[in-house]
Design a protein around this ligand. Structure first.
Ligand code: HEC
Ligand code: HEC
Length: 333
């Protein structure tokens, strides 16, 4: 992706004010001369800095990843489709406009109120979308490694969580994607403008991962399996790498969550299940609702989504894992 028009406009602005700066330099009146040089100088330097940041940004956005593609044909058994449909609940908030399957895609940037950085769609993943022409291996690579068919890094797509998906689960997801009813049309091509490229430099949106290889899920019902679900669903994106809680650092991204290593060990399994079934905390309060100007609304702790993804047994395994965590220092609630 490249923004020819944006780059041209900046080059013209830089040339214009650069030229005016040389004219100001020649003025006789000292006040006019230095005033003119400072103003035109700044109006040359600032766009030059933006241009440099933008060009580096585009260089990064266009970088290619040659992660290998596995040569696999997903069978698409009813059991795989059913498992995949459950896991696809992780994808609905980004890949749909209404939060309902099928994953027919949406204008992601508009839904989540992005500044005008360009177009960013979470693509249509039904048979009328682009991945119809992708091999199963390419779709698996996109999900677990954040790499587009053409080798560029996907943006925002949380591959750092999905890289934990087992071979069985990621194949189940592909089976479900292929089984969806054809809905909607092709997705517009994602294209960042110069401002988007500058932003990508300041806060990297790329999510490409190192090659994943083969992953096997732990034995269901164990705390290890609970950790597996916590990693796949992506609790750490909001609650921190060690689930030690996050503070708001002013960066764009999901809302920071509190320290789970100090909270969940004090909860009973019943309180944990009640929270995910109803959104009610042990003290009787409920989590605040986030509402964006676009109309998107969801509890800031997305418990309905977690509930939709995980079975009762999986939630209990997640409880067992979180309950057993040694407390880590981190921001208190
Ligand atoms: C946080 C938001 C988010 C979540 C959650 C998410 N995605 Fe994505 N996904 C995106 C965005 C945005 C893109 C487009 C990125 C780009 O083009 O750079 C994308 C791209 C993709 C692509 C590449 C398709 C194409 O046509 O380019 C696949 C495949 C995909 N996602 C599958 C999934 C699956 C399966 C899940 C759930 C397990 C999921 N995604 C969850 C945001 C998300
Ligand atoms: C999109 C960000 C986000 C994700 C993903 C997320 N959380 Fe949260 N979570 C929050 C926020 C924000 C709060 C604080 C809610 C409040 O202020 O009451 C929270 C609160 C909680 C609480 C209640 C603690 C308390 O006393 O408020 C638990 C338990 C919890 N999260 C567990 C999880 C688990 C387990 C996962 C993964 C399956 C998860 N969260 C995923 C953002 C998130």
């Amino acid at each position: 992706m490249f923004d020819t028009l944006g780059v041209l406009i900046l080059v013209v602005v830089i040339a214009l004010f650069g030229f005016l700066a040389t004219r100001a330099w020649k003025l006789k009146n000292a006040l006019l001369k230095w005033g003119g040089v400072v103003i035109t100088g700044l109006l040359t330097l600032i766009p030059t800095a933006l241009l440099v940041l933008g060009l580096i940004g585009f260089y990064k956005l266009n970088g290619r990843h040659n992660n290998p593609v596995t040569d696999i044909q997903v069978a698409g058994t009813p059991a795989q489709i059913a498992r995949g449909e459950k896991l696809a609940q992780i994808c609905v908030s980004c890949h749909t406009s209404d939060g309902q399957l099928p994953l027919s895609g949406t204008n992601f940037a508009a839904k989540f109120d992005f500044p005008p950085l360009g177009t960013l769609y979470a693509p249509n993943l039904t048979p009328t979308g682009d991945i119809t022409d992708w091999s199963d291996g390419e779709v698996i690579r996109a999900i677990r490694e954040g790499v587009h068919k053409n080798g560029r890094s996907l943006l925002i797509m949380p591959a750092e969580n999905f890289r934990n998906l087992s071979d069985d689960d990621v194949q189940a997801l592909v089976a479900y994607l292929r089984s969806q009813p054809a809905t909607g049309g092709p997705t517009p091509t994602n294209q960042f403008n110069l401002l988007g490229a500058v932003f990508n430099n300041l806060s990297d949106f790329r999510t490409a991962q190192q090659p994943v290889g083969s992953v096997t899920a732990p034995q269901p019902g164990t705390p290890e399996y609970g950790k597996y679900m916590v990693d796949v669903i992506g609790c750490r994106s909001c609650h921190g790498d060690q689930l030690q809680g996050k503070v708001d650092n002013g960066q764009p991204g999901p809302p920071p969550g509190p320290n789970l290593t100090q909270i969940v060990p004090q909860w009973t399994e019943e309180q944990f299940m009640t929270f995910f079934n109803t959104g009610q905390l042990p003290d009787g309060s409920t989590v605040p609702i986030l509402t964006l100007p676009s109309g998107f609304t969801e509890p800031i702790m997305p418990w309905p989504e977690v509930r939709a993804v995980a079975s009762d047994d999986e939630l209990k395994a997640m409880y067992a894992y979180l309950h057993g965590l040694p407390p880590v220092e981190g921001p208190a609630k």
